[in-house]
Design a protein. Sequence first.
Length: 85
Amino acid sequence: MSKANQTSATEQMPTFETSLKELEDIVIRLESGELPLEDALNEFERGIQLARQGQKTLQQAEQRVQILLNHDAQSPLDEFSSDAE
């Protein structure tokens, strides 16, 4: 992937914190009970997407932590390659 493609992909992908805030806002709107059914279904669908994306991000972070913790303190660190690349 070229540098330009990496930048545009990064710009399109919201941060974990931004996604979490959006998910919280969706929950508030859904719990209000004031959305028409179609809007509520669309919000629910977006919420599922955000939750899955957040779960994947957390799993990758956990993997990185495990890599760091499992290596001997005297050994060099290996290059980390995420599945998202």
